[in-house]
Design a protein around this ligand. Structure first.
Ligand SMILES: Cc1ncc(COP(=O)(O)O)c(C=O)c1O
Length: 437
């Protein structure tokens, strides 16, 4: 079987002659010993480099999609790198504000923002509200008109009717979506008209997000064509110009050696070129500022999860289950989307891998599998540290306490040192909210 492909790890990875892996100069097995497992480890420089690549490609129009991974340290990193922040709930907004993130650089999303969430967002002065529904227009207008809260700048979220060719649960741009206003049905145009005619909200532009883990640039290009068509219709029919065109996030990342997503630069070139061409072809007068909201492509490749191998269960002629001390509570993606991962032993990542096993979690679910058909060195042992790469996005943020398993700690590594940014939950945390003593 093939050796583990080290190129799935962040660029700062070094491998000793004995196969020991260090990231940003920090030995993985040692930090597993220091902070315990399961443990999320993030290469800080890797995330910063991706933020910078986006800024170089898109200028000021980049908002990090915090749903991919958010904690106070992450919000501060994003702020330091000069990106804006996309939040999708009042909870994400709360964390961003707790980190001191400037409210005017926050974009607030969500298909069911409550009046309480909207009021909080308006009162702190968030930069943009991406309006998702007619109900929301009503709620915002009444907050401004009846309660005197400051009027927000808004985007209308549009479902452009474009297939992203990704998993159906993370495909959001088709007409049959719980998000946004349909484009082909005329609902998006009607929403813009309602906002403009209402005169209470400041119409800033239109937004779409076709889906996540998208590899095909032509999917983004088709979305651009449809959105630019809408920009033109807004100009002509509603009589206002469109200041901002937000294309959402969605750029895919490499989870497996065979994955070949476009780079940030290729993605940026493709959307810039297609926006320029579509605007010229459609004879649009507005020159909307191009905005983007990457999440996964900033954090996924920077993160890895460390586990400890526990029970090994060989079933003759069928498979060997190798159980680790985490599972679907720290990585929901395999169960939810059938997501696939690689795996390696950080103390000997270059060893030949002759065993084909299934890495299972510790939860009471047969479906709690992290990697089906994983290759490991034939002499792997109980107690060894096992890692899954590319777990920086949608793992910590989707973590749960299922089976009352405590959530792992998060560590940022940088220039030879490791910094605990989210402490491990304790068993005391599991009853912290219970009111019966
Ligand atoms: C509105 C919006 N913007 C941005 C993103 C980030 O997408 P990704 O993490 O794939 O870049 C999402 C993800 O669901 C989203 O819904």
């Amino acid at each position: 079987m093939t050796a583990f492909d080290l190129s799935l790890l962040p660029a700062s990875t070094t491998v000793g002659a004995d196969g020991r892996v260090a990231i940003a100069g920090v030995d993985l097995e040692s930090i597993a010993g220091e902070f315990g497992t399961p443990l999320y480890v993030y290469d800080e420089a890797d995330m910063r480099a991706r933020c910078r690549a986006y800024r170089a490609a898109f200028g000021a129009g980049v908002a990090y999609a915090s749903k991919a991974f958010l904690c106070v340290a992450m919000a501060r990193l994003v702020e330091e790198e000069g990106l804006d922040l996309d939040v999708a709930t009042g909870g994400e907004l709360f964390v961003a504000l707790a980190a001191g993130f400037p409210p005017d650089r926050i974009v607030f999303h969500g298909n069911n923002k409550s009046t309480t969430e909207l009021r909080a967002a308006l009162e702190v002065g968030v930069g943009r509200i991406a309006i998702d529904s007619d109900d929301e227009i009503g709620r915002l207008e009444s907050l401004v008109r009846d309660d005197g809260v400051p009027a927000p700048s808004v985007h209308i979220r549009v479902t452009p009717g474009v297939e992203a060719h990704t998993h159906e649960f993370i495909e959001t741009g088709t007409e049959d979506s719980k998000f946004g206003f349909g484009l082909d049905s005329g609902e998006a145009l009607a929403a813009v008209r309602r906002v403009v005619d209402g005169g209470l909200l400041h119409f800033a532009g239109v937004h779409c997000h076709i889906g996540s883990q998208v590899f095909r640039l032509d999917s983004f290009e088709r979305a651009v064509q449809k959105m630019v068509g809408l920009v033109r219709t807004i100009e002509v029919d509603v009589g206002v110009s469109v200041e901002e065109l937000n294309l959402g996030g969605g750029l895919g990342v490499r989870y497996l050696p065979e994955d070949a997503p476009p780079t940030i630069e290729q993605y940026a070139t493709a959307v810039h070129e297609s926006v320029g061409k579509a605007l010229a072809d459609a004879g649009v007068r507005s020159r909307p500022r191009l905005l983007t909201e990457p999440g996964r492509s900033i954090v996924a490749p920077a993160g890895i999860t460390l586990y400890t191998i526990g029970t090994i269960k060989p079933i003759g002629g069928i498979r060997t289950y190798v159980a680790v001390d985490g599972g679907m509570s720290d990585n929901l993606r395999p169960v939810t989307y059938g997501a696939r991962y690689e795996t390696f032993l950080p103390a000997r990542a270059t060893d030949d891998r002759s065993a084909l096993v299934t890495i299972a979690g510790k939860h009471c679910e047969q479906g709690d599998i992290i990697v089906r058909d994983a290759a490991l060195p034939g002499d792997f042992r109980v107690g060894e540290i096992l890692a899954t790469p590319v777990t920086g996005a949608y793992c910590h943020s989707m973590a749960s306490n299922y089976n009352k398993v405590t959530k792992p700690a998060v560590v940022f590594v940088r220039e030879g040192s490791a910094r605990l940014v989210v402490r491990r939950e304790t068993e005391a945390d599991l009853v912290r909210l219970d009111t019966d003593s």
